[in-house]
Design a protein around this ligand. Structure first.
Ligand code: DLL
Length: 433
């Protein structure tokens, strides 16, 4: 039997959903126009006024927002309410400029947790469940979002956060965790460790809610088999609230987007033209209920397809495919958003030239990242000790910039092949899309 957290909303008919969207959009555009000077300027530059936006049909008239706008308006420039009304900040990792900082009022948190509660119930969760949350807690949205959703469903919620695998497994066996929430790569690692320790019989898991990074169908199958569970996908991004923007149901034919809170469009990333359902393009979100961080037409850079066909689970909200790639060069490594330009900045700041390769791989279900960079003629040395010291220096500088360990290999000058066209600097061997 299918479980719903808010059945009347999740299974509402299309006219009702469109009515909510139209009404909320008009209100939201007014709210943003009056309270977010940064976006008001963008609207005015396009020659549009809030009165021009009467329904979803007019959405295309509004300007897009991008990560570059977030950078320019950092940290408070896109806030829609006074600081006094905000109760929470969540953020992505990364340094100033690349970091996304999102704000929430009490109501924003409440609605976000509803979205996560819907995802948990769609994965079969009830108040009988023990929900084991191994997404990171803190600035990352994963832990706090699923935690809040789990409590709303009434589940016994284990705020494990990430890391310390032995302790994770011990809690899981002692307390009888039934639903695991973490990244798919950590789920795969946990599954492998449980198998190695021969503890499968002591695990009571029945479902997993895995997202925050791309994962393949093969990975799903392997985790499901090893843990004896059904694995559900969940999607979201800090800018639009965090996990729960969309989630998978028992039919597992795409993720239902919570359309009462977010209007989804798919555009051609080159031209910005809105594409019909069924066509592949970049996902754009307009948040129609957010108060503190109300982004209109935010370009996610995630490439996907929307599907409005009837779903066997009874939910009526549009489904998005798994992200099939990105329209920018962002990589997600060990759950952390990494831009090649950040790595290049570190290399240039440390006296190297832009002759490098970034090699990303997945070994034993964990991501690895290696930066191979040429020494300059001046720094070239055949003293192993000297080279190792330089490598260590770069490892530390990269850690400070990215927040994760990246292996550094220094190579001889002119040993990295020069490109005649666009330089291919990133080699992602994971083949996730
Ligand atoms: O990853 C929020 C989240 C937490 C989602 C926990 C699901 C579970 P960010 O760190 O801002 O937020 O990264 C957002 O991650 O634009 C996608 O490129 C990618 N992403 C998120 N979910 C999925 C997924 C969180 N299910 C970026 N499949 C997004 C593929 C995903 N990619």
């Amino acid at each position: 039997m299918e479980n719903y957290y808010q059945k009347e909303i999740e299974c509402a008919d299309r006219e009702q959903i469109q009515h909510w969207q139209d009404e909320r959009l008009v209100k939201q555009v007014k709210h943003v126009y009056e309270n977010v000077a940064y976006y008001r300027k963008l609207i005015e530059e396009k020659g549009v006024t809030p009165e021009d936006i009467k329904s979803r049909e007019d959405l295309h008239k509004l300007p897009f927002l991008t990560k570059e706008d977030l950078r320019e308006a950092y940290p408070y420039g896109l806030m829609g309410t006074p600081v006094a009304d905000c109760i929470r900040i969540q953020s992505t990792s990364g340094t100033t400029g690349r970091r996304v900082v999102a704000f929430y009022t009490k109501k924003d948190i409440d609605l976000w947790e509803d979205c996560c509660a819907r995802a948990i119930m769609a994965a079969g969760g009830t108040n009988e469940d023990v929900v084991h949350v191994s997404y990171g807690y803190g600035l990352f949205t994963g832990g706090p979002g699923l935690h809040g959703g789990s409590q709303k469903v009434g589940c016994l919620t284990l705020p494990m956060s990430s890391g310390n695998t032995d302790r994770q497994i011990q809690f899981m066996t002692d307390l009888g965790s039934t639903i695991l929430c973490c990244t798919p790569s950590y789920a795969a690692f946990l599954a492998e460790t449980i198998q190695e320790k021969g503890l499968q019989d002591q695990i009571k898991l029945k479902a997993g809610i895995f997202g925050a990074e791309a994962w393949t169908g093969e990975m799903r199958k392997s985790i499901e088999e090893k843990l004896g569970i059904k694995a559900y996908d969940i999607y979201g991004l800090t800018e639009i609230s965090g996990p729960g923007v969309a989630f998978e149901c028992s039919a597992q034919g795409g993720m239902h987007i919570n359309e009462d809170h977010f209007i989804a469009e798919v555009i051609n990333p080159e031209t910005g033209e809105v594409l019909p359902d069924g066509e592949k393009g970049e996902l754009v979100f307009t948040s129609i209920t957010k108060e503190a961080f109300p982004l209109l037409r935010y370009r996610t850079r995630d490439i996907c397809i929307l599907n409005r066909e009837k779903c066997s689970c009874g939910r009526t909200h549009v489904r998005m495919s798994k992200p099939m790639g990105r329209s920018d060069d962002m990589l997600i490594v060990k759950g952390v958003n990494v831009f090649p330009s950040q790595i290049e900045t570190v290399l240039l700041n440390n006296g190297y030239a832009a002759n490098y390769h970034i090699i990303v791989d997945r070994v034993n279900n964990g991501d690895t990242i290696e930066v191979q960079v040429e020494m300059t003629a001046e720094m070239f040395s055949d003293s192993l000790k000297e080279v190792a010291a330089r490598e260590k220096e770069l490892v530390n500088a990269l850690k400070a910039m990215l927040g994760i360990y990246a292996k550094v290999t220094l190579v001889a000058p002119k040993s990295i092949a020069r490109s005649e066209g666009k330089a291919v600097r990133v080699i992602d061997k994971r083949k996730l899309y």
